[in-house]
Design a protein around this ligand. Sequence first.
Ligand SMILES: Cc1cc2nc3c(=O)[nH]c(=O)nc-3n(C[C@H](O)[C@H](O)[C@H](O)COP(=O)(O)OP(=O)(O)OC[C@H]3O[C@@H](n4cnc5c(N)ncnc54)[C@H](O)[C@@H]3O)c2cc1C
Length: 304
Amino acid sequence: MSAASRAKRLKPSNEVIVFDSSRWVSFALCGIPYYIGGEVSELEDLLYYPPEEFTKRGIDLRLGKAVVEVDPDSKTLAYKDVKTGSVEKITWDKLVLATGARSKAPKIWPEVREAENVFYIVHLDSGKYIKDYAKALGPGKRAIVVGSGYVGLEIADALMKLGLKVTVLEALEQVAPRVLDPELAKALEARLRESGVEVVTSAPVEQFEIVNGKARAAVTPKGRFEGDMFVLGVGKVATTVYVKVTPNIPMSNPACIMPLANPLHFVTLSTLMTPLDEYSPPRKKPTANLSRSSSTIAANPACA
Ligand SMILES: Cc1cc2nc3c(=O)[nH]c(=O)nc-3n(C[C@H](O)[C@H](O)[C@H](O)COP(=O)(O)OP(=O)(O)OC[C@H]3O[C@@H](n4cnc5c(N)ncnc54)[C@H](O)[C@@H]3O)c2cc1C
C-alpha cells in the first residue's frame, strides 16, 4: 500500500489498482502474537489504515482477487476472484509485485496441508484461526510449536497466555539459532523453562502423524511429541515464485528479476524481494541503501 500511495501522491492522475487475495490491506502481521495472547483485542486493531482510507486516496482497491498469471510481454495479468473462481485479465503500464512471503511448512511436510489443527502464518486471518482453535481447545491442552525463531517464540508465549501447555521443538542445538549466540540462547531457554515451556532442541521434525484429518504427533529423532494443535514457524519463501510468469523471466532465480530493497528479512533473516520498479532486466548496480546481501545478489553471475 506504500507503493500504491506513493504512486498516487507523485502523480494524482495515475490510475492505481491494488489486487490482494486476502480481505485485508495495510496490516501489522507482527501484531498477530499480541492478538492471540489477548493484548490486542480485535484483528482490526492491527490495521494501520482501514481500506476506505485508500479509496479516499483514489486507489482502486480490489480485495479477494488473487493475481495468478503475469505476462510482461503483453503487460497483462490475470486475476482470480477467490470466492467465485472467475478469472479476468487486465493490462498495466507499471507493475509492482509486493506479494510477501509464504510459510515453507506445507512444502516440507505435505501431510499437514489438510490437517485442521496445524497452523502457519499466511495472513492476518491466520491469527484468528490460531486463537479460535486454541480457545476452543481450552486451557491445559498441548500446543506444539515447531521452530524457535522470533515467530515460533512469540506464538509460544501467546499460547501460554491462553493457558495452553506449550512445547517448542527446534531442529538446531539452541533456541533462536539465527539471532542469538549460544550463551544468550541458554539464558533464554532457562527463562522459557521457568515459564513452563517445554523446550526441546536438536529435534528436527521429520514428519507428522495424521489421524482422521488431524495431526496427532510430531516425530523427531528425540521421539514423538503429541499435541492438540501445532503451529509451524519454520521460515518463509518469497510468494512471487508462486505466481505463474511467462518463461522468459528467470524465475528459477527470483532474486534476479528486479532491483531490491531491504532484502534481509528481519524475522527469518532470509533474502526477500521488495520490488521497486516495473519488470526490468537485472541491474548490476544495486540501488541506494541496499544491505550486504543484495550486493551479493547483484554480484551473482546468474543475474548477469
Ligand atoms: C508473527 C510475525 C511477527 C513479525 N514480527 C515482526 C517484527 O517484529 N518486525 C518486523 O520488521 N517484521 C515482523 N514480521 C514480518 C513482517 O510482518 C513482514 O516482513 C511484512 O509483513 C512483509 O510485508 P510485505 O508487504 O512484503 O508482505 P505481506 O505483509 O505478507 O503482504 C503481502 C500481501 O500480498 C497478498 N498476496 C499474496 N499473493 C497474492 C496474489 N497472488 N495476488 C494478490 N495478492 C496476493 C497477501 O494477501 C498479502 O496481503 C513479523 C511477521 C510475523 C508473521
